[in-house]
Ligand binder design. Sequence first.
Ligand code: ATP
Ligand code: MN
Length: 478
Amino acid sequence: MGPLQIKDILQTSPENQSVTVKGWVRTKRESKNAIFIALNDGSTIHNIQAVAEPGQFSAELLSTVTTGSCLKITGQLVESQGSGQAVEVKIDDILVYGTADPESFPLQPKKHSLEFLREIAHLRPRTNTFSAILRIRHALAFAVHQYFNDGGFFYLHTPVITASDAEGAGEMFRVTTLDLNKLPRTEEGAINFKEDFFGREANLTVSGQLEGELGAMALSKIYTFGPTFRAENSNTTRHLAEFWMIEPEMAFFELEDNMNLAEDFVKKVITYALIHCKDDLNFLQNRLAEEDKNKPQNERSIPLLEKLSFVVDNPFERLTYTEAIEILLKSKPHKEKKFQYPVGWGIDLSSEHERYLVEKHFKKPVILTNYPKEIKSFYMKLDEDGKTVRAMDVLFPGIGEIIGGSQREEDYDKLLGRVKEVGIDPDNLWWYLETRKFGTAPHSGFGLGFERLVLFVTGMSNIRDVIPFPRYPKSAEF
Ligand code: ATP
Ligand code: MN
């Protein structure tokens, strides 16, 4: 399909055959005996080296072959004289598709900070780091679909525009076609949303779960994988305003089945990346090791591939919220008042607590279950004690919460009671409540933030660096 890519050419055995390579110049190096051009087309982390003789091309042409320019090179594929690669291209001809003026092209062959690269998100996919991340992101997305397809799940496309707030948490982006300068008013003076596009208030979805449940109550096992929006003004390294969420929802699954699925699912998709993204993961591992060189020994992280293999090879620790609180109460940082936030039964664990459990106490991923109902969503199934719900959060080292899920309340009266208790108007959720009236069944599901998974697998530290064009407060440039 189309021209050969550098990834394929690098795998071809050199027999002086003629080849055409197309890509962007990473570096050009001139020595007494040869001119070396390193070309990359994004198909692999590896560049292909193309070699010309001094004097073979005019100085005028060579002056346009600079970092960032785009070339078509034809030549012969030969065994490489150098040590860095198996094959190289002996250049016959160069066509410059597009120049990149070195005075203004921002990506010069030196180390750029991730902060700077965020400001040039239109060009950063051309760096080794970002192209590696984007290829891994792709592989993980593919693995997600493969995993569910193989497991008999159906991909359900839930709406992006909704009139319900699944979490009941606010933090939504409004969707409207009303003229903000001439808002229609009701007699009481409120904004008259009857005149808006949908005849009611509408927002971008914060989760596909509620509609996902409708699908599960017909197809048994479904998953969604789509963009999700949260207007939370949290300027953290783990939150985006627009992120991709994977939400499986399964009829006839109880909490235990849900945990088993979540654990197996994350392990399988990470394994897929370990098998199919070796070169990119190696590159990122070396990059991290390079960064770590400046840190004291005890602050250095374990090598990326080792960390991923560890997660894949070991069972996650499972315990209840109540047990976790007991551990935290007995912990050193609690006794020495080192936690910023107080610990006690009923608190919403903050990320310092989660990270203590995962990184210090258990030293592996943890699944926490049976949280107090007050800190969880209305749709979670109430435990017999009436105090806790069948929630499960999967916590990962360096990330904190990567998955949030639960067994859903299938009892109509209990669910209606919770809806009212948390102050949601049941009329807005009539369709959701009806699934509990007509053929209700035990069911469960969870949400995995795709970028948090990519963050973990790539070993990056800021979620803004694992999505091509991040959306966060005061930023939607590209
Ligand atoms: P957190 O406490 O970390 O904000 P949450 O409790 O709001 O997470 P859920 O509503 O349970 O998260 O959403 C399910 C999953 O979606 C989370 O486990 C996380 O992986 C991901 N997620 C949630 N909010 C964001 C966000 N703003 N950006 C990226 N991923 C997110
Ligand atoms: Mn949140």
